[in-house]
Ligand binder design. Structure first.
Ligand SMILES: [Zn+2]
Length: 299
């Protein structure tokens, strides 16, 4: 059986998938923030619990908010920054006594949704995570495209395209640049934009609730966020031209965005018509962890 782990910034999710793709066991644990050793231990604890529940030794696949550097074997690009520079795969393999497969969490989302989710049957799929961070992953004909530098699909640290004067130079990003997409499109980015326009310090979900309740400032901030998302995804369409863009992460729950963003694409995409579909992840929150389990083949 296949065990998957999705290591997020606030929680770690785990699943055991049966041969036919059913979740036979699921669990969650809080992410030990800023504590590398405790993160390894928390994952080992979930693996032990899953194997007890399944009464079997499982293959282990892990989705992480970053990538294993092909150059060093260490983690890079994680917004859970305490993982960066660490030999995480090696340490997990030593702790668990077996080979472990690691992939970027957006790649896991994309492969999960391309296999039996909202992008099932699509040839070229771009998976997007809009949450604490902004990630992306590419699946073609059912296979993850990792890339020469293990950053295929990593669009979050590209600059916001076609910026207006008031969007320059953009907020500072932990990566060292300013104006990265992540600083505008992540949950914290949305919240920061609301505060910059004179709103209170609120969480993104509270801003969404206020917009639904008719607050004008919250509605403006969401309108601008959707327009920025449309611009940002237009550059992905111009490069990759996916059949389906599937969205996961906390902000994927904004049900309006699937109707409101695609009509804005023709203004930015270099094409006479745009047929790319924008859809929420069918497996929702569980998509990343299901994709992580699928990093190993069935059987
Ligand atoms: Zn950045």
């Amino acid at each position: 059986m296949r065990l998957g782990i999705d290591l997020g910034g606030t929680k770690i999710a785990a699943v055991v998938l049966s041969g036919d793709g059913r979740a036979i066991w699921e669990a969650r644990a809080a992410t030990p923030r800023d504590d590398y050793d405790a993160t390894v231990e928390a994952i080992a604890g979930l693996v032990a619990a899953g194997e007890r529940a399944a009464a079997a030794t499982c293959s282990v696949g892990l989705g992480i908010p970053g990538a294993v550097s092909p150059a060093t074997g260490r983690i890079k690009n994680a917004n859970s920054t305490w993982l960066n520079g660490r030999p995480f795969k090696e340490d997990l393999e030593r702790r668990l006594g077996r080979e472990v497969r690691l992939a970027n969490d957006a790649n896991c989302l994309a492969v999960s949704e391309a296999t039996d989710g909202a992008a099932s049957g699509a040839r070229v799929v771009f998976g997007v995570i809009l949450g604490t961070g902004v990630g992306g992953g590419v699946v073609v004909n059912g296979d993850i495209v990792t890339g020469a530098n293990a950053i295929a699909g990593e669009w979050g640290h590209n600059p916001l395209p076609w910026p207006a004067a008031d969007e320059l130079p953009g907020p500072a990003c932990y990566c060292g640049h300013r104006g990265c997409l992540e600083t505008f499109l992540s949950g914290p980015g949305l919240a920061a934009d609301y505060a910059r326009r004179g709103g209170e310090a609120l969480r993104s979900e509270d801003i969404v609730a206020r917009a639904s309740a008719g607050e004008a400032l919250a509605r403006t901030v969401l309108d601008v966020w959707e327009q920025r998302l449309a611009r940002a995804l237009a550059t992905v369409i111009n490069v990759l031209d996916p059949d389906v863009i599937v969205v996961g992460g906390g902000l994927s729950q904004l049900r309006d965005l699937y109707a409101r963003v695609p009509p804005q694409w023709p203004a930015w995409v270099f094409s006479d018509a745009v047929v790319t579909r924008l859809v929420p992840a069918k497996h929702g929150d569980a998509s990343g962890v299901r994709g992580a389990a699928r990093l190993w083949p069935e059987g």
